[in-house]
Ligand binder design. Structure first.
Ligand code: AMP
Length: 392
């Protein structure tokens, strides 16, 4: 068990908190502040416990100097001020005198945020010198960036070695408790709904969930590799030919545990205008691509979901970004969200975006803040950031 906030004394201590402030920006404005909101409980806890709080995070991908122009965390500092209703000191540097002075001048309960950790080119290399430098600025380290905890970077994994003590924050504690229980001791039946584009990205999850779940429903683009393995015509639908044999292996191994779509909403081109109609697996044509699950599949998946007591959903059922192919994802999202006696979990990423688009976010038990991280957790992998934190 990893240490949590309750295990450390924060009074008058300088505390570095690695948050996940990797928020979406449109024309320089934050378009969704959910990640900032999710970080507030830990920050408020530390304010109440009289810590001197130093926040850090990455924002986007930074490959060159030009990328830095629109990746400053200054917009996050502004939003944090509004949400916390107190000042947040922003230091537009990632190291040096200004940062060190800012931290050393902090009073109990004050909050400072420094610039995007990825402005340091060696952050993503988990550079020990950089981790040691950030560690040297504080007494304690709190990791609360669940969405980045699967990355072995200096600010997520490296820094904990160079502080007196470390723990996970409230967001990570919540994510681990809910995802952990769903995978280790779920209320059954446990039904997993896996979709999205690529079999290769979800194969680890399917592999692990085959050992745990009672049913695995597969939809989205990745279903066509499985349908091809079953011998169906899939036309020009998405297919990973080098994964057909593996899909065949899983189908044999899993028996009726794996459930595939019965029909598809098809198009001639990957566009909303390419829409043609709905085709069952048996009458699919060679010049069509399946871009959503059809009504027979929706009914079949809903019949399985209605008895579930735990549902894990990861990946859309179709190209939900285009109106003609959004119905399958919306129907399954609505069905899961409205289950009365079930723990319902959305595994972040595109499914979280879909739940938001269709207005069901608040109806799920939990919407994970980590796409890649929750995927790796569901694969049964250890997350290096969390591994680096001190044990109880
Ligand atoms: P992933 O990142 O693997 O979860 O994939 C999400 C993406 O898969 C979304 O952007 C969807 O538009 C896309 N997707 C879902 N179903 C299909 C499909 N049948 N064909 C092509 N792309 C799809």
């Amino acid at each position: 068990m990893k240490k949590t906030l309750e295990d450390l004394d924060f009074n008058n201590k300088k505390v570095l908190v690695r948050c996940d402030f990797n928020v979406p920006l449109i024309s320089g404005e934050i378009s969704d502040d959910n990640r900032i909101i999710q970080a507030l409980p830990t920050i408020k806890y530390l304010i109440e416990h009289k810590a001197k709080i130093v926040l850090c995070s990455h924002l986007g991908k930074v490959k060159n100097e030009e990328d830095k122009l629109d990746k400053s965390l200054i917009v996050v500092a502004q939003r944090l001020r509004e949400l916390l209703n107190q000042d947040v000191i922003f230091i537009n540097e990632t190291r040096g005198f200004k940062l060190e002075k800012g931290i050393n001048n902090l009073k109990e309960g004050q909050v400072l945020l420094f610039e995007n950790t990825r402005f340091e080119p060696l952050e993503t290399k988990n550079d020990p010198e950089l981790a040691q430098y950030w560690g040297s600025l504080v007494d304690l380290f709190v990791l609360d960036a669940f969405g980045s905890s699967h990355r072995a970077h200096a600010s997520t994994t490296g820094v904990s070695k160079y502080v007196k003590d470390s723990c996970v924050g409230l967001l990570i504690e919540k994510e681990l408790a809910i995802l952990g229980k769903a995978l280790s001791n779920p209320r059954r039946p446990l039904v997993a709904v896996i979709g999205g584009a690529k079999v290769s990205e979800k194969i680890g999850v399917i592999d692990n969930l085959l050992k745990i779940a009672d049913k695995i429903i597969i939809g989205g683009g990745m279903a066509y590799t499985f349908l091809k393995a079953q011998g169906y015509e899939i036309g020009i639908s998405l297919c990973e030919d080098d994964k057909v044999a593996l899909a065949q292996e899983y189908l044999t191994k899993a028996g009726d545990k794996l459930v595939l779509p019965l029909d598809s909403v098809c198009a001639t081109t990957f566009s909303n205008d390419g829409f043609v109609g709905t085709f069952s697996n048996e009458i699919m044509k060679e010049d069509l691509m399946g871009l959503d699950i059809g009504p027979l599949s929706i009914d079949c998946f809903k019949a399985i979901l209605k008895d579930a007591h735990t549902v894990i959903w990861n990946g859309p059922m179709g190209v939900f970004e285009m109106d003609n192919y959004a119905k399958g994802t919306e129907a399954i999202c609505e069905c899961i969200a409205n289950l009365k006696d079930a723990t319902t979990i959305v595994g972040g990423g595109d499914s979280a975006a879909a739940a938001k688009k269709f207005g069901y976010t608040d109806k799920f038990t939990h919407v994970s803040t980590g796409g890649g991280a929750s995927l790796e957790f569901m694969e049964g992998k250890k997350l290096p950031g969390i591994e680096s934190i001190a044990n109880k």
